[in-house]
Design a protein around this ligand. Structure first.
Ligand SMILES: NC(=O)c1ccc[n+]([C@@H]2O[C@H](COP(=O)([O-])OP(=O)(O)OC[C@H]3O[C@@H](n4cnc5c(N)ncnc54)[C@H](O)[C@@H]3O)[C@@H](O)[C@H]2O)c1
Length: 387
């Protein structure tokens, strides 16, 4: 953890950098439940301002084993983007399936004011978004959840549904028993989950049977059928998180056909969600319209609802502004020397200007010796006409 002074008096150019340790320190400082609730609040506030945002489906570069995506969004005052990948085979190499970082910038000047890790933040904002959707769509008396896929995202979903949605029992299944053992170990050693009952199941079917909510969190770059129509019971809410890329789905189209389907940003989900298997005229509802009361959510206790989650840029915008505010409040992070500090903003060349006798070494408003950050003197050819 790096302690720092609040930024009120900091120079205009500073970019705050938050590492995974800093974000973890925010969670440690205020507790996991309060952090997840803070994220739900931030995301809900921004979903209620939906029409104020300049939105687009994310830009995806696909390769054989994965995808790398850029997720930009802005309102009148702030702009953000996230860089994120999805490589299901990464864990075999010792790397995470999902890795991310992002930037929050001032629209008025373009100044990047925050650069933050977003791997941990993505897991938390995804869990917060899942709970926000379930609060609006699942039966309010839901107490049991099936959690299919027990990898990196799973603890966050379990804790969010336990603390914020009142889930008391989670039924676990993963094709990799070590992933389930890891999840159980993490939750059993967490006082925040002391009252949560965990049941290991032998199959998805066994885990789903009798559950009020079904969360699918698997990673496999294929059109998988994790949940099929014959597993679904009246009144269930499906929180489909792992199907988030063309050719990477989890929920059989027949489940969607018999359910009421909700999405984040329809143009993106049509390409990336489980919805990709259905025709363009299949009716879905954007979540923000349920949150602001424009459209209905669940219509009756027996209806099956599906949140076809893919992850939308607005959730990362909310997460970035949330961790930024918390970091300033607590005093976390370091100043990142990302943008050149210039005595004269039209004189960018000062950064590489050769040091000559009789001329003072230029210093930045932050007191750095600019020459120290330029090319080493011995490598610079001083042209007579420039001296
Ligand atoms: N919608 C969103 O906003 C969002 C955000 C983050 C991650 N995701 C997606 O969520 C998924 C999980 O991410 P992660 O970081 O936990 O990945 P991970 O690789 O850490 O874990 C995925 C788990 O799924 C298990 N799995 C694979 N196939 C399975 C099957 N058929 N049945 C049961 N389990 C199976 C794997 O064994 C693994 O333990 C990924 O597909 C990721 O792209 C979506």
């Amino acid at each position: 953890m790096t302690h720092r002074q609040p930024w009120a008096t900091a120079p205009l150019l500073n970019t705050l950098f938050l590492s995974p340790k800093d974000v973890a320190a925010i969670v440690a400082h205020q507790g996991v439940a309060a952090t997840l609730m803070g994220l739900v609040t931030a995301i809900r506030e921004d979903f209620l301002r939906w029409t104020e945002f300049d939105k687009s489906a994310r830009l995806a570069n696909h390769s054989q084993d994965g995808v790398i995506e850029l997720m930009p969004i802005s309102d009148a005052s702030s702009y953000s983007f996230k860089y994120v990948n999805g490589h299901p085979k990464n864990t075999a190499l010792g790397l995470s399936t999902v890795m991310a970082f992002g930037v929050l910038a001032d629209v008025a000047t373009g100044r990047p004011k925050l650069m933050s890790e977003l791997t941990l933040c993505t897991a938390m904002r995804t869990a917060a978004t899942s709970v926000m959707a379930a609060m609006a769509l699942a039966r309010p008396n839901s107490r049991t959840m099936a959690l299919i896929g027990n990898g990196a995202q799973s603890e966050f979903q379990a804790l969010a549904f336990h603390h914020l949605m009142g889930i008391e029992e989670i039924r676990l299944f993963d094709v990799d028993p070590r992933a389930t053992a890891k999840l159980i170990n993490n939750l059993q050693n967490n006082p925040d989950a002391a009252k949560l009952r965990l049941m290991v199941c032998k199959s998805t079917r066994e885990a789903v049977a009798g559950a009020d909510i079904v969360t699918t969190l698997t990673a496999d770059k294929t059109n998988a059928t994790i949940v099929s129509a014959d597993m679904i019971e009246p009144g269930m809410h499906i929180n489909g998180v792992g199907g988030d890329c063309p050719g990477k789905t989890e929920i059989h189209p027949d489940v969607l056909r018999t359910a009421k389907v909700f999405v984040e940003y329809e143009p993106q989900t049509r390409i990336e969600g489980d919805l990709q298997h259905l025709p363009a005229d299949f009716v879905v509802t954007e979540l923000w319209q349920v949150l602001n009361g424009q459209k209905s959510g669940r219509d009756d206790q027996g209806q099956v609802t599906v949140f076809d989650s893919v992850g939308f840029a607005l959730e990362d915008f909310s997460a970035l502004r949330y961790v930024y505010d918390q970091a300033l409040r607590i005093g976390l992070g370091v100043d990142l020397d990302l943008i050149p500090a210039l005595d004269d903003p039209k004189d960018l060349y000062q950064l590489i200007r050769p040091k000559t006798t009789g001329r003072a070494t230029p210093t930045s408003p932050r007191g750095h010796t600019l020459a120290n950050r330029a090319m080493p003197m011995k490598e610079v050819q001083i042209m007579p006409e420039l001296v």
